[in-house]
Design a protein around this ligand. Structure first.
Ligand SMILES: Cc1cc2nc3c(=O)[nH]c(=O)nc-3n(C[C@H](O)[C@H](O)[C@H](O)COP(=O)(O)OP(=O)(O)OC[C@H]3O[C@@H](n4cnc5c(N)ncnc54)[C@H](O)[C@@H]3O)c2cc1C
Length: 329
């Protein structure tokens, strides 16, 4: 592999951000391109009035020692707070101002182009040329890099590669096509008083309609009491995906009513087409690396689809891919 001078990363979720941070420590010029207005991807925060809601991921697990060290450094900087221990007794952490706290700080230290959707990829003798369509009908932009790392959910990566007529090895592509994700419907509701959820304000549910109810005030990210996030079960998300938003919200609030002790004042919904991966790249191949790499194309892919349905798994995937690009095995 020739020396890498520059890399384009698509996606400013945790995988893209931690990959970028690692590459930059080795003086590789990194351009990170993100279609949304902010950093964090599925680690998303929404504000309604004075209330802050974690709209996607609710907490970070720390099962892996390397990731736990990272989280401890964020803890020392006041960027994360301990919430409560999970079934393996490892602490679950939340962003001190919502789950985007760490992504925001990392993103601001990098060269990130926000609000630009990557629409076309080209690979040639001089590496990659990436074309983007910025929001608001602004002119298309192009970027160049020796390497390309894709971190969107895998079906979106494959779509982008296919639209750009970039051919992967047939067997590898068939393996990548097996990576699938569940859907999730989310409701963020402001109540007229404390939710009454038991401490620590988190209910992991095995319910027909609901998977999770979390209290953002009890969690410590929202000053106003009674700001709750409700996630649906995958089964409900499939059944209600195309129903009108009001109907989806109402059905989830009705299912949540027995668990909460105040009335809903305001509620908004969100649809997650790719929530967490059901089948990952390492499925049945435990010795596979937690990322995809094609050295003939100077192409890598990282994210939770390669390593598991958690923030830490996605972050580690990005970090390990970056290490391999820096010093190939
Ligand atoms: C509802 C929900 C609840 C969850 N709860 C938890 C939890 O409690 N704990 C936990 O550990 N994990 C949880 N997860 C999973 C966790 O959020 C993910 O595993 C992790 O955030 C994935 O990070 P990533 O970087 O791989 O992908 P993403 O965060 O999806 O980042 C990919 C980025 O690529 C961008 N992108 C896509 N296409 C393009 C394009 N063409 N051009 C430019 N940019 C593009 C996207 O906008 C996105 O920002 C949850 C997820 C959801 C949706």
């Amino acid at each position: 592999m020739t020396e890498v001078e520059s890399c384009i990363i698509v996606g400013a979720g945790i995988a893209g951000l931690l990959a970028a941070q690692r590459l930059m420590r080795y003086d590789i010029k990194v351009t990170l391109i993100e279609k949304s207005r902010g950093y964090g991807g599925r680690m998303a925060v929404k504000t309604i009035g004075d209330s802050t809601f974690d709209a996607g991921a609710q907490f970070m697990t720390t099962r892996d020692l390397i990731f736990r060290e990272r989280v401890e450094s964020w803890l020392a900087q006041g960027e994360v707070l301990p919430w409560y221990p999970g079934p393996l007794r490892n602490m679950r952490y939340v962003g001190s101002h919502g789950m985007t706290t760490v992504p925001n700080r990392i993103g601001k230290s990098l060269d990130v182009r926000l609000s630009e959707r990557v629409t076309k990829l080209r690979f040639g003798k001089k590496g990659w040329t990436v074309t983007t369509e910025p929001h608001g009908g602004k002119e298309k932009q192009t970027y160049h890099g020796d390497w390309l790392i894709l971190t969107p959910p895998v079906p979106q990566c494959l779509q982008l590669l296919g639209d750009s007529k970039i051919e992967l090895d047939y067997d590898e592509e068939e393996e990548l096509k097996k990576i699938t994700y569940m859907r999730c419907l989310t409701v963020m509701a402001q109540l007229n008083g404390p939710s009454g959820l038991p401490n620590p304000g988190a209910m992991d549910l095995n319910h027909d309609v609901l998977r999770w109810i979390g209290d953002n005030h009890m969690k410590g990210i929202c000053k106003t009491p009674g700001a709750i996030t409700i996630h649906s079960s995958p089964k409900f998300a499939e059944a209600y995906w195309d129903r009108p938003e009001e109907e989806r919200i109402q059905a989830m609030l009705t299912a949540a009513k027995p668990f909460i002790k105040a009335e809903v004042v305001e509620a908004t919904g969100h649809r997650w087409r790719y929530s967490d991966p059901i089948r990952i790249y390492k499925e049945k191949h435990p010795f596979r690396k937690p990322y995809f790499i094609d050295e003939s194309l100077n192409l890598g892919m990282a994210g939770d689809g390669f390593n598991g349905p958690r923030i830490e798994a996605a972050g580690l995937s990005g970090m390990e891919l970056a290490s391999t690009i820096i010093s190939p095995l």
